[in-house]
Ligand binder design. Structure first.
Ligand SMILES: O=C(O)C(=O)C[C@]1(C(=O)O)C=C[C@@H](O)C=C1
Length: 354
């Protein structure tokens, strides 16, 4: 077969794909109209996950589940945009890892608002300036993003979904020689993900300057020949700063988990859900042990528990952010949440991303 003949086959398939996608949009529009008349939510992460899982089992193997997910997340984003365009805020500036997470979930068509701090994303969702917000919550090598945990406690928002993404750092700088670099900008948690590289390449007295995000770091370093940024390669490219080293994270298994935040959001049960809560337990001996024992008795597995100081209090009082398996609408979870309703804040029950 000649190249032209092969391309003619591809063109024919693309035409069929387009016709099918247009047909899909007609049905999506009907769902959107139904949802508008019932005043129900457009974004249904658990339905999207179920579609991706079903298609992954149908695939003949030429497309991996990750490839199917990437293609269909974009189709869902376009579909939602067709049902009702929604604004999404993320921790920016443009080119941050959070921006990439937001685009994976909401596609390239959504109306995005890049905000300078995690707190500003919470504020934008709270005040309904945007419908959704995207923030990082934890990295599998470096631990939690404490600003996010503190804001989850402080603001009255829900977790609509999570998104887990591999994270690869680069070092970007306008400096010609690595010896000229005196300062490195990044997000605090990013320094902890690239500790080995920093130790090998720079003297111990190098100044590490924490800033609000990795893409902000590129902007800070951009015009100074003695500065560099630890950031996503895409941030360096967008902001036109040369990349000196790539893939400099300590572990190739480096992943970050992001949260999609919304006001008044409840997912339906998917059967593979995580529930997140914040527990402010009485400051008495054994209160945490008794609380956790209720999870054991209910047969509920915890996937995360982390303590954070309770702000604005004297002494040392703590709150706990807890993730566990199950959905708020399941009876055993419902009973547990009811029993502890006075000191537990429910943040969301959402389909697990894996
Ligand atoms: O099934 C729905 O509820 C839809 O709105 C359709 C659709 C889709 O494109 O399949 C779009 C948005 C939702 O997040 C889930 C699925």
């Amino acid at each position: 077969m000649t190249l032209d003949e092969i391309r003619a086959q591809i063109d024919a398939i693309d035409s069929s794909l387009l016709a099918l996608l247009e047909q899909r949009m007609d049905w999506v529009k009907k769902v959107g109209d139904l949802k508008k008349s019932n005043q129900t939510l457009i974004y249904r992460p658990e339905r999207e996950k179920a579609i991706i899982e079903r298609l992954s089992t149908l695939s003949e193997g030429k497309l991996s589940p990750k490839a199917i997910e990437a293609i269909f997340l974009e189709i869902f984003a376009v579909s939602r945009h067709h049902e009702m365009p929604e604004r999404v805020a993320y921790l920016g500036p443009e080119g941050s890892f959070t921006h990439q997470a937001a685009e994976s979930r909401f596609g390239t068509l959504s109306d995005y608002v890049a905000l300078p701090e995690i707190r500003s994303v919470f504020e934008a969702v709270s005040t309904e300036r945007v419908r959704f917000g995207v923030v990082p919550i934890e990295n599998n090598q470096a631990g939690s993003v404490v600003e996010t945990i503190d804001c989850l406690s402080e603001f009255d928002l829900h977790i609509a979904a999570e998104h887990i993404m591999p994270i690869h750092f680069c070092l970007a700088s306008n400096s010609e020689k690595i010896q000229d670099i005196k300062r490195i900008y990044s997000k605090d948690i990013a320094f902890r993900q690239c500790g080995k590289f920093l130790k090998e390449m720079f003297p111990p007295d190098i100044t590490l300057v924490p800033v609000a995000s990795t893409s902000q770091a590129v902007l800070q370093a951009k015009d100074d020949k003695h500065s560099a940024a630890l950031c996503a390669p895409v941030a360096a490219k967008i902001h036109l700063v040369p990349i000196l080293f790539e893939n400099i994270e300590d572990s190739e298994l480096n992943q970050t988990r992001f949260l999609i935040l919304a006001k008044d959001f409840e997912n339906q049960l998917s059967g593979n859900d995580t529930t997140s809560i914040i527990a402010k337990l009485p400051d008495t001996p054994g209160s945490l042990a008794r609380f956790l024992d209720d999870f054991v008795q209910a047969g509920i597995s915890l996937s995360k528990i982390e303590s954070r100081p309770l702000k604005g209090q004297s002494g040392f009082s703590y709150q706990f952010i807890i993730d566990f398996e199950g959905h708020k609408e399941q009876n055993h979870v419902k009973a547990l949440l009811k029993k502890h309703e006075n000191h537990v804040k429910w943040l969301g029950s959402f389909v697990k991303s894996n």
